[in-house]
Design a protein around this ligand. Sequence first.
Ligand code: FES
Length: 73
Amino acid sequence: MNKPIPTPKACYLIKDKTYAYCTCNHSITKPYCDGSHKGTQHKPLLFKVPKNEKTFLCTCGSTKDAPYCDGSH
Ligand code: FES
């Protein structure tokens, strides 16, 4: 059975709200942190946006522009 191809998550982000982007790749709510990193050396990437925006967040962990998808998948 083939592994599913990772796809970016389309998100609507709210100005000045703090988001926690998963960097450990264990969250079941990717791209957002769900606390599954506890007990590892990973920590979520906290970020805000300067205005309300629609964007694509990385779910494959290969981006060089976290939390945003850069097409690396
Ligand atoms: S669950 Fe992955 S960084 Fe928190």
